[in-house]
Write a protein that binds this ligand. Structure first.
Ligand SMILES: [Zn+2]
Ligand SMILES: [Zn+2]
Ligand SMILES: [Zn+2]
Ligand SMILES: [Zn+2]
Length: 366
């Protein structure tokens, strides 16, 4: 009778009829030979398949998809997939967010499904799931047609006729945008190719300005690197907690020597707002602290870069150069935002320590 119970999951009046006829068959079969009853047992699956086609049930790939989806965001992620010791699946983004949240709350991270402890060391990737997901179809965001996950990127960026497109003359300042298949009709009426130099000069000037700014930043970095007094320190930020009633998480490096002085870097999450774990966006800001006693001023430019010992998947950190004059009364800079995304920040938080490189350049007195 086990088969009967399974089949009743797909309710439909037709189904119920076929089940009751199956049950009658079973009663009849029980009086027949063993071979006959085996034949009867084989019968329900064929009936089930028949009624499934009438019912238009979910496709196999949809069912597999819901089994392989992340237990937190319920999405089928193209990111690495991790699993707890009991096999519950989490996408890398949710996994890191969860670890980061718990670190902020000073709690042990547990699997949202089974409450077992989870950490970077006891969770493993599940390559079979990752590969299976990459074989499952996905709908194009623009034309809503279905493609393989391995092809979707290419389709959406180059082949989809509904992909969002800007005008060919966007560089000249045309703000038109729309689906790719309407581009050709826009181009027939776009007025930008016919504009003269005088009309376009402002747009070009603005672009040049943006480009110059970028160049200036790079040139400054190169200039600084060629100066005499330069300190390169590879640092590790370790997590600590304050003694407050609600302990706050902060990060600190050990003291280090650079340019003949003692320094320390401190960092905090979301600028110490009371409950950082309740926010979706995360940011990390840092402060450079001079630990040596000084009598003269130190005119310093400094910036943070990705460290050589950090997580290799961490993206490049844009060098933002800060300038600060340290003196007897001014030994701490403000908290300066690290230019990383919220997701990067969670990834840094979820690892046991944060590694980066600090470049300091002491400016010569004029
Ligand atoms: Zn997820
Ligand atoms: Zn679990
Ligand atoms: Zn498409
Ligand atoms: Zn245009």
């Amino acid at each position: 009778m086990a088969e009967t119970t399974t089949t009743t999951n797909d309710f439909s009046s037709e189904m119920m009829l076929s089940i009751s006829s199956y049950m009658i068959n079973q009663v009849e079969a029980s009086t027949n030979s063993t071979l006959d009853s085996i034949n009867n047992v084989d019968e329900p699956p064929t009936k089930k398949c028949k009624s499934i086609t009438n019912d238009k049930p979910r496709l196999l790939e949809d069912r597999i998809g819901s089994i392989l989806s992340c237990c937190i965001c319920l999405d089928l992620s193209t990111l690495p997939i991790f699993q707890c010791v009991n096999g519950h699946l989490m996408c890398a983004s949710c996994f890191n967010h969860l670890l980061a949240d718990c670190k902020l709350k000073d709690e042990q991270t547990t699997c949202p499904n089974c409450r077992c402890e989870i950490s970077k060391s006891n969770c493993t990737r599940n390559l079979a799931v990752e590969k299976t997901i990459s074989e499952l179809p996905i709908q194009c965001d623009y034309c809503l047609q279905t493609f393989l996950r391995s092809e979707i990127k290419m389709h959406q960026s180059q082949n989809c006729s509904d992909r969002p497109t800007v005008c060919d003359y966007a560089l000249l300042g045309c703000n038109w945008n729309g689906p790719f298949h309407t581009l050709s009709s826009h181009l027939t009426i776009c007025e930008y190719p016919a504009k003269n130099g005088l009309e376009l000069i402002d747009t070009i000037r603005a672009q040049k300005h943006a480009h110059d700014e970028e160049k200036k930043c790079l040139e400054t970095v190169v200039d600084l690197l060629s100066l005499n007094q330069i300190g390169v320190s590879d640092l590790i930020l370790k997590p600590f907690r304050t003694d407050d009633f609600v302990a706050k998480l902060y990060f600190e490096t050990s003291r280090f020597t650079a340019l003949q002085y003692q320094w320390q870097v401190r960092a905090r999450i979301n600028d110490n707002i009371p409950h950082p774990h309740t926010t979706i966006t995360r940011s990390l800001s840092y402060q450079l602290v001079l630990k040596s006693k000084i009598t003269q001023t130190i005119d310093l430019k400094f910036f943070l870069l990705k460290g050589p010992h950090g997580d290799p998947t961490t993206l490049q950190i844009q060098p933002i150069i800060y300038h600060f004059e340290f003196n007897q009364n001014n030994t701490e800079t403000e908290y300066l935002k690290l230019p990383i995304t919220s997701q990067e920040c969670n990834r840094m938080l979820s690892s046991s320590s944060i590694s980066f490189r600090l470049l300091m350049v002491q400016l010569d007195k004029p």
